[in-house]
Structures are given as structure tokens and as C-alpha cells.
Design a protein around this ligand. Structure first.
Ligand SMILES: NC(=O)c1ccc[n+]([C@@H]2O[C@H](COP(=O)([O-])OP(=O)(O)OC[C@H]3O[C@@H](n4cnc5c(N)ncnc54)[C@H](O)[C@@H]3O)[C@@H](O)[C@H]2O)c1
Length: 257
């Protein structure tokens, strides 16, 4: 028999990459509120973000990490283990998104393409590779990848970004097949256009995407980081114990499948 319904994540240790801002910070707060130990692993502002959620620093810790570097990820994992002794959940949220200037595909510099993939795709691969052995030691774990509804809908002028998120969906399925026997479940959440701080402060992106994103949305309002949190908590919970390789689109009912 699987464990009974447990709405909380008390005692679990969760790493949220890119957790210092936006969607990642909302998810970190959500995990904290449900009793988990949370490591905010971010390129910048990790410690201040952690303190803003848990001023005691007992349950939420900030760790500087660059998911483009294997050594940096290893150091972040060592810090996680020294604080909380185990790793149960990895949320691969760090991403290059908002700052990417839209361009016709033939004007995208291959170097820019590589930078986007280095964070959005290989960053996830590196983080999973580093964390899985510790999940195995615990007899299992959860990996939740943050993709994007853009990979389902197709969005012009961001071919590198959109295809990187398509790669996240494909990785989620294949890794789920590979890690099922280790009881490590791998799922993805694909948000729609979400008004995180970085999006709100990007005038160009707001002008381009805000109106369009509301068109065709069944729930006709803006999407905020907090809207994404429930799906991630679900995949981390015992309620999702027999679900793997799946993607939940959280976009207010725009892309339906
Ligand atoms: N906001 C949206 O409309 C939207 C829609 C769909 C998917 N997403 C995805 O959700 C995730 C979060 O989006 P957001 O809007 O909150 O973005 P954001 O820019 O506000 O936050 C991203 C975080 O990732 C961190 N980060 C970037 N590069 C990193 C690296 N190399 N190593 C470690 N951390 C790094 C940043 O410092 C930042 O704190 C991203 O993966 C994004 O692609 C966002």
C-alpha cells in the first residue's frame, strides 16, 4: 500500500533553482508554508530571498549557484546536505527567459542559442545528474521541471527559448522512463505568460505579450507566479506518487490538450 494522503511536505528537503525571484520564489514560499526545508539555489540574491521567507534561516537557506557549472552545482548540493542532510525534491526552475530579445530566427546568433540551452536545457541535465544519487540513497525522489506553454503553442521570434522548453518536455518524459525503477518521479509544469517581477519590469515584453496572452484564455485574467505553485506542490506530494513523465499546463485554459 502506498502511504496515505498527506497534504504536507514536512521534513522533506526541496531545492528550487532560480528560486530567488518570480515563479521560483513563489514556489519556495509554497514549499516553506507546507513544512518543507527549502534551498533557494540561484545565481543572485539567494540568501536575501531565503531570509525574506524565513528570517530564522532554519527552514529556508539561500545558496549561490550557477547551473551552467557542474562544480557550482556540486558545491550547492554539499551546502544543502550540510544544512538538511537529504534531498527529496529538485525543482528545475532556473531559466533564461525574460531578457531574451525577440528576433526572426535567422537573426539569432548561434552563441545566444548556446547560452539559452546552457541554462534552460543543460542546466537541468547537470542538476539532475548531481542530485539523483542522493535521491537514490533515500529510496526515491521527485524532479519537477519548469517548461513553458510556449512549447505547446509555438511562439514566433523566440525560436531558441521555445525549442529549449520543448527539450525540457522531451527530457521530462525520457528521464521519467529511466528513473522510474529508482522511484524517482519526473514531471513538468508549463506556465503560460506569467507576470513575474522580471516580466513586469520588461516594458518591451509587456507591450508585446500582455494583451495577446489574455486572448483565448478561458480564465480571463492575468497569470501571476502564485498561480503556478499548486501544480508544483502536487507533483512533489504523495498525491502524485503514481504519476511520472507528465506535463501540467498552467495557463488559465489557453492551450488545451
Ligand atoms: N514568466 C513567464 O511568463 C514564464 C512562462 C513560462 C515559463 N516560464 C519559466 O519559468 C521559470 C521562471 O520564470 P520567471 O519569470 O520567474 O523568471 P525570472 O527571470 O524572474 O527568474 C529566473 C531566476 O533564475 C535565475 N537564474 C538565471 N540563470 C541562472 C543560472 N545560470 N543559475 C542559477 N540561477 C539562474 C535568475 O537569477 C532568476 O532568479 C523560467 O524557467 C521560465 O522560462 C516563465
Amino acid at each position: 500500500m502506498s502511504e496515505p494522503f498527506n497534504p504536507g511536505l514536512k521534513g522533506k528537503t526541496v531545492i528550487v533553482t532560480g528560486g530567488a525571484a518570480g515563479i521560483g520564489k513563489s514556489m519556495s514560499e509554497g514549499f516553506y508554508q507546507r513544512g518543507a526545508n527549502v534551498v533557494i539555489a540561484d545565481l543572485k540574491d539567494a540568501v536575501s530571498a531565503a531570509k525574506s521567507i524565513d528570517p530564522t534561516e532554519q527552514k529556508v537557506r539561500g545558496v549561490e549557484v550557477d547551473v551552467r557549472s557542474e562544480a557550482s552545482i556540486q558545491a550547492a548540493i554539499a551546502q544543502t546536505l550540510s544544512c538538511f542532510e537529504r534531498i527529496d525534491v529538485l525543482v528545475n526552475n532556473a531559466g533564461i527567459a525574460t531578457g531574451i530579445p525577440p528576433r526572426p530566427f535567422h537573426e539569432i546568433d548561434p552563441e545566444e542559442w548556446k547560452n539559452v540551452y546552457d541554462v534552460n536545457v543543460i542546466g537541468i541535465f547537470r542538476s539532475c545528474r548531481a542530485v539523483v544519487p542522493f535521491m537514490e540513497k533515500n529510496g526515491g525522489g521527485r524532479i519537477i521541471n519548469i517548461a513553458s506553454a510556449a512549447a505547446f503553442k509555438g511562439v514566433p521570434y523566440l525560436l531558441h527559448y521555445v525549442s529549449s522548453k520543448g527539450a525540457v518536455l522531451a527530457m521530462t518524459k525520457s528521464l521519467a522512463k529511466e528513473l522510474g525503477e529508482k522511484n524517482i518521479l519526473v514531471n513538468a509544469v508549463a506556465p503560460g505568460f506569467t507576470l513575474s517581477e522580471s516580466v513586469l519590469s520588461n516594458e518591451g515584453q509587456m507591450t508585446r505579450s500582455k494583451g495577446i496572452s489574455l486572448q483565448g484564455r478561458a480564465i480571463a485574467r492575468e497569470q501571476y507566479p502564485a498561480d503556478v505553485v499548486g501544480a508544483v506542490l502536487f507533483f512533489a506530494s504523495n498525491d502524485a506518487a503514481f504519476i511520472t513523465g507528465q506535463t501540467l499546463v498552467v495557463d488559465g485554459g489557453t492551450y488545451l490538450h
